[in-house]
Structures are given as C-alpha cells and as structure tokens.
Design a protein around this ligand. Sequence first.
Ligand SMILES: NC(=O)c1ccc[n+]([C@@H]2O[C@H](COP(=O)([O-])OP(=O)(O)OC[C@H]3O[C@@H](n4cnc5c(N)ncnc54)[C@H](O)[C@@H]3O)[C@@H](O)[C@H]2O)c1
Length: 262
Amino acid sequence: MSASDYVSHLFSYEGQVVVVIGGTGVLGGAICDGFGKAGGHVVVSGRSEERGLARVEAIRQAGGSAEFIAVDVFERESLQSLRDQVLASHGQVDVLVNCAGMNAAVPYEEITDEDWDWIMAGNLRSTQVGCQLFAAHMKTQENGGSILNIGSVTSHLPLSKVFAYSASKAAVVNLTKNVAREYATQGVRVNAICPGFFPAEQNRKILAPERVEKIIGQTPMDRFGEPEELIGACLLLCSRNAGSFITGADYYVDGGFTANRF
Ligand SMILES: NC(=O)c1ccc[n+]([C@@H]2O[C@H](COP(=O)([O-])OP(=O)(O)OC[C@H]3O[C@@H](n4cnc5c(N)ncnc54)[C@H](O)[C@@H]3O)[C@@H](O)[C@H]2O)c1
C-alpha cells in the first residue's frame, strides 16, 4: 500500500454523509470544508440559507459535494426533520457534528432565567437532541456512525463573565462521555473537541481588547486559533478507521491554554 493510499484509508470520507449542524458559522464552516475536502458529502445545516448556500458553493468550488438544509436547533421537530430529509435523500448518515452554539456575557447577578434557558437550550439541549435522534439511526447501520460535539476550554475551566456558557459546555462534555458509554457496543462513537479561542460571531461581543490580551497571555502558543486548525482533530475523531477505538474523548485544540492550568 502506498503512503497516500494508507493515509487515505485512515482519513478518507469518500462515500460518507456528514451532517454539520451550525455549518453556517465560523468554526462549523471550516469543519464543513474539511470534511468536503476529505471526500464526504457535506450537509451544511443552520439557520441562514444565504450563508449555508455560500458554504455549499465553496465546497463545490473546491471539488467537493454538499447541500444545505435549514434547521432550528431549539426545535426537536426541526432536528428530526433534518435527520429524516438526509435519510430520505441518502439512506445513510455517517457523521453528525453538533456545532451550533450561543453565548452571552452577562454579570453574574444580572443573569435572568431567560438568558440561562436560552444558552442551555442552544448549547446543551440541542446537542442532546441531535445525539439522541442521530445515534438511534446510526446504530442500525452496518458501519455505525460517529458524533462529534463541541465543548470548549470552559468545559473544564469556568471562564469569567460567561457563566451559563461555561456550565453548558461542561455539561456537553459530560453528556458526550455518557452517550459514548451508552452506544459503545452499538457501533456509534461519540466524542467532543474543546476549542480554545477562535474569533467568531458568537464571541465577538465578549472579546474586548483587554480580554483579548488576557486570553493571548494565557495561551502558550501566544495567538488565537485559525478555524482550519480544528479540521485535523475532527477528521481523526470521526474517522471509522483512524478513530475506531476513540469514544468519549474530549480533545483540546487550544494552543496549550488548558496545559497552563491542569
Ligand atoms: N469561537 C471560539 O473561540 C469557540 C471556542 C470554543 C467553542 N466554540 C463553539 O464552537 C461552536 C461554533 O461557534 P462559532 O465560534 O463558530 O460561532 P458562530 O456564531 O460563527 O457559529 C454558531 C453557529 O450556530 C448556529 N446557530 C445559532 N442558533 C441556531 C439555531 N437556533 N438553529 C440552528 N443553528 C443555530 C449559527 O447559525 C452558526 O452557524 C459553538 O458551539 C461554540 O460554542 C467556539
């Protein structure tokens, strides 16, 4: 086997259907591009049709295959409809990436129940419902499937100013491990990546200059991450060959941020 055949055996997604919820966002978009370049058919899913179609076009321009399906992660019916549409068109779903997310920086004593519930539903319940709906089908497939959730460095370190976000991301990692255990013998692997700091839409408002200085100061690599730098970890964790014995992992891609503290 040649070197390129070997690498391809480990990391190719040819013939696989990859659904990226939140594929219209900054990190989700890069993840979509990565799976597209690795040969997967990418279902870019999110709220904005305009952004979704632009991402589909970019994947096609790069030689990949993609489509857009709208979803609202607050609605179980919408997530169910996404899954059912994918299965109706393709008859299979090999990878699900739960990459939608929301954040808000609110002083602790001013957090309302509405703020709290919005973030918990958007980050945690949506991940739970995605896992539940897709794993139930994946376990019936001959090749099983793989789910990737998105934690954060806040999954282990409570970050100041974003209380609900931190709690939701800690719970996403806990849920990931629990669902991984549940499906471990049923052909469905469930992992999480925990990104460090990557400037994006949802955190633009909380990245004030003095906070940026603090974050970079605590990141050993002395810089923010680039969205493309998440792709390698995603391809590894979701790969049925390279990642076949990896489940329940929380994998940090953070320029060493958490290495400073553990
Ligand atoms: N950017 C970072 O530094 C960072 C760090 C750690 C974790 N994360 C996580 O990565 C994920 C992606 O975030 P991002 O930074 O790319 O932000 P982003 O704002 O660019 O993307 C968020 C995505 O969530 C989608 N979304 C929001 N509400 C939705 C809804 N109701 N239904 C469907 N989709 C909805 C948006 O359309 C968008 O695609 C989030 O879970 C975020 O918490 C980001």
